[in-house]
Design a protein around this ligand. Structure first.
Ligand code: SF4
Ligand code: SF4
Ligand code: SF4
Length: 298
């Protein structure tokens, strides 16, 4: 059982690679931890997380459904949506995660019970992004996987602390699950503009997961019109290929949301250029959200 140090939020918070320092009466970027009336607080803990969960019949709409083992099975995926995120993306397509005050506090025990239902075959940790609540997610996953055969998967921005990231990779490897990194931009300045954070910790964690369990790793990129073009995709694809040309990579068609509601759906021409750029480096490239273009197959 991993030990989680709640003491990590004393001083600056070290629970993800943002390392937030709180001014008085403020919260960190995830909104889950901060200071009020001269005291530090955390809305969650390794035993209780702010999340919602539901079962999705397999095959699901997981980003890895185009190749994962779970999609070939009968039963359900236990989808776990974590509130709070360590990024602040302008195009966030799950921005409801910011409403941490509306979220329910759910215990490890309740989640383990939910995972024990016979029809549940896999767990997808997503959100938001699970990084700020990884301590909980790992504890729940370890307990559930001890009781039953379950694939444990992660869809994340990749900005978690190394020790948690390694542990997540080990659990996914042991259970036959996957880890999907959302690689949002190759140019670091562009990444900061779009997400509020550097892409360096994410790229470092990609290398750590590959080093720990290469078979679990995959990636996606959202093709944001005018921003994340074929040059960005080429940089990301060549980075992925520097580990292995067979790593699965999915390009996702953008739809207007959150603060980028004035942009169009990714134009088909951009989709084709991005796809061709990725295929120069990688053998397994998919395009997701094609229905937004009224298409089924590229
Ligand atoms: S977990 Fe939240 S408060 Fe802590 S460093 Fe990360 S974003 Fe900041
Ligand atoms: S949770 Fe994992 S195994 Fe299950 S459908 Fe999603 S990616 Fe596939
Ligand atoms: S990492 Fe994902 S959930 Fe978090 S702000 Fe960005 S798009 Fe939204």
């Amino acid at each position: 059982m991993i030990q989680i140090e709640e003491a990590e939020i004393i001083g600056k918070c070290c629970l993800c690679t943002n390392f937030c320092n709180f001014a008085e009466n403020t919260t960190g970027l995830c909104g889950l931890r901060g200071t009020a009336n001269g005291k530090r607080f955390s809305l969650c803990s390794p035993n209780n997380a702010l999340l919602s969960y539901y079962e999705d019949p397999l095959p699901t709409n997981c980003c890895n459904a185009w190749f994962c083992e779970g999609s070939k099975m009968h039963g359900t995926n236990l989808a776990v949506f974590y509130y709070g995120c360590s990024f602040d993306c302008l195009f966030c397509q799950n921005w409801q995660h910011k409403n941490v005050e509306r979220a329910n506090l759910i215990s490890v025990e309740e989640m383990v019970d939910a995972a024990m239902k016979e029809r549940v075959r896999c767990i997808c940790h997503f959100g938001g992004s699970p990084e700020p609540q990884l301590a909980f997610a790992l504890r729940f996953s370890e307990k559930a996987a001890k009781e039953k055969d379950l694939m444990v998967c992660w869809e994340w921005n990749g900005g978690g602390r190394e020790k948690y990231v390694r542990k997540a990779a080990e659990i996914s490897s042991q259970t036959g699950g996957t880890i999907k990194f959302d690689l949002k931009a190759w140019n670091e300045n562009l990444h900061r503009i779009l997400t509020g954070r550097s892409n360096k910790p994410t790229l470092e964690n990609f290398a750590i997961v590959y080093d720990t369990a290469p078979e679990v790793i995959s990636a996606t990129t959202l093709m944001v019109p005018y921003y994340v073009d074929e040059a960005e995709v080429e940089g990301i694809a060549s980075f992925i290929a520097s580990f292995d040309r067979k790593i699965p990579y999915s390009l996702l068609v953008f739809h207007p949301d959150y603060r980028l509601r004035d942009l169009p759906v990714t134009p088909l021409n951009q989709v084709k250029k991005c796809y061709n750029a990725a295929k120069k480096y990688l053998e397994r490239v998919n395009v997701g959200n094609l229905h937004l273009l009224g298409l089924r197959l590229l």
